[in-house]
Design a protein around this ligand. Structure first.
Ligand code: NAD
Length: 489
């Protein structure tokens, strides 16, 4: 496990010696320390990334050449998958099969953008002009020095969603992982070294968001910041970046609805509601944590949901059979418990779950189902980011759509019904960037990911993810031999 920072192809200790403890959320054991970068390291990393972009080979390589490095990084992740997955689980708490899935997706993301890098070669769009004296073409070029700031819920995967397209485009990057979960992100530096990535192309600074994150966002030599995390920090990054017109893309939170009609198969509805809210301990920005069920199905569905939620095996993510691990850290654990207490104070009923007292140490919350909450209660309105689902009945399709869209967020939404036309109708009516029909959460590298309203700006993944790291240039040529005749008559 790394305890240094990866800058300009070298592993360096933080100049002021600051280290941060790494805590296993299942046991509260401090099992490692990571380096906390400061202002000095932010400056060094930006300089390295700038140099690599302005004068290094990276942006000048063909897409085909860059693709080789990306594929080598995908292989590097796959080669170490068992070891990286255990590291991710100890760092974040998630069940080991979830870590394995995340890491396999991360490797797939590098392969996917390797293909897209190759497609960039020779990409030229002829632009039709109304004026026959000129011909014009549009080309796309790498945007420059980019910063990725990522959260703790999918540590290596969120980093990969940004690094792979940035590198494919020909940008250089500085990655700032979340302070609670930096271990696998730092290992990516080792993997990049082994892949022979030119120095300065990828720099990795673990450390505090308020220190090194802020310094990177403020730095005038940074061209773009790609951020995933909380709304308030996203808003602050946008405001800070506005000073020198940085490109900013934001993936923020949500309070996504799941509308279940009475003609749905009840067992499938139970499965997907649980996957939509308890997967990754509910620490998922797209979690469908507001469930709306058509009234005739509501009582039986709630009963089955409670039965199944109580059966979810809660435990250390490293233990076989665990389906719900601890929350990522003490702060998040206390936050989620505060949300549950407040929900009860505001009139909600706990149908099951709440505080989990089965362990001496660790940050445990049982799968929690809340009912009877008011539409203006915090539990219904605010993102909880834990294994907590709010469920309520509705009477008509129109009411379901109105309730589903009644949120300042618009990241995701899901609908389930045996009637395909109704599903399409409701999907079209949702004001959200990601819509699932008859399921919730499956995520594909090929498809666009991002939010409407306060859930973010821009799209990641697919070809849209590559657009985030490209500028478009027009090149226009005068082809007419006729004099222009403005000044020289
Ligand atoms: P956060 O927004 O505080 O942190 C996300 C990242 O931003 C981290 O790497 C952090 O170090 C960095 N950061 C923090 N302050 C910064 C600053 N001033 N300048 C630059 N970077 C900064 O989120 P968190 O503390 O990890 O979680 C808090 C809440 O955020 C959660 O409860 C949840 O609601 C939400 N969240 C959302 C997502 C998502 O995927 N949308 C993921 C994790 C958390």
């Amino acid at each position: 496990m790394q305890n240094k920072l990866f800058i300009d192809g070298q592993w360096v200790a933080p100049s002021d010696g600051t280290m941060l403890p790494v805590i296993d959320p299942a046991t509260e054991e401090v099992f490692h320390h990571i380096a906390a970068a400061g202002l000095v390291e932010a400056e060094l990393a930006v300089r390295a990334a700038r140099e690599a972009f302005d004068y290094g080979p990276w942006p000048r390589l063909t897409g085909k050449e860059r693709a080789k490095y990306l594929r080598a990084m995908a292989e590097g992740i796959r080669d170490r998958l068992p070891d990286l997955a255990r590291m991710e689980t100890r760092d974040n708490g998630k069940p080991l099969p979830e870590s394995e899935w995340d890491l396999s997706d991360a490797a797939g993301c590098f392969d996917f953008y390797a293909d897209l890098a190759e497609e960039l070669d020779g990409e030229v769009e002829e632009v039709k002009l109304a004026d026959a004296r000129f011909v014009s073409k549009a080309v796309r070029e790498p945007l420059g020095v980019t910063v990725a700031i990522v959260p703790w819920n999918y540590p290596l995967l969120m980093a990969s969603w940004k690094i792979a397209p940035a590198l494919a485009a020909g940008c250089t990057m500085i990655l700032k992982p979340a302070e609670t979960t930096s271990l696998t992100a730092l290992e990516l530096g080792v993997i990049a070294e082994a892949a022979g990535l030119p120095r300065g192309v990828l720099n990795i600074l673990s450390g505090k968001g308020s220190v090194v994150g802020q310094a990177l966002v403020e730095h005038p030599q940074v061209d773009k910041v790609a951020f995933t995390g909380s709304g308030p920090v996203g808003s602050r990054i946008m405001a800070t970046g506005a000073k020198d017109i940085k490109r900013i893309s934001l993936e923020l939170g949500g309070k996504s609805p799941f509308v279940v009609f009475a003609d749905s198969d009840i067992e499938k509805a139970v499965e997907w509601i649980m996957f939509g809210t308890f997967w990754n301990q509910g620490q998922v920005c797209s979690a469908t944590s507001r469930v709306l069920v058509e009234a005739p199905l509501y009582p039986r569905l709630l009963e089955r949901l409670v039965e199944e939620a109580k059966k979810i095996r809660v435990g250390n993510g490293l233990d076989a059979g665990t389906l719900l691990g601890p929350l990522v850290n003490k702060g998040q654990y206390e936050d989620v418990l505060r949300h549950i207490d407040r929900a009860v104070e505001q009139g909600a009923t706990i149908a099951c779950g709440g505080r989990h007292d089965g362990f001496d140490r660790g940050f445990w919350v049982a799968p929690t189902i809340l009912t009877d909450m008011a539409l203006d209660s915090d539990a219904w309105v605010e993102e909880i980011f834990g294994p907590v689902v709010c469920i309520r009945p509705f009477e008509t399709e129109e009411e379901a759509i109105r309730l589903a869209n009644d949120s300042r967020f618009g990241l995701a939404a899901a609908v389930m019904s045996a009637d395909d036309e109704r599903c399409e109708r409701v999907a079209a009516a949702f004001r959200a960037g990601i819509v699932w029909i008859n399921c919730s959460q499956p995520t594909f590298t090929e498809a666009p990911w991002g939010g409407y309203k306060q859930s973010g700006i821009g799209r990641e993944l697919g070809r849209w993810g590559l657009d985030n790291y490209l500028e478009t240039k027009q090149i226009t040529r005068l082809v007419s031999e006729e004099p222009w005749g403005w000044y020289l008559k």
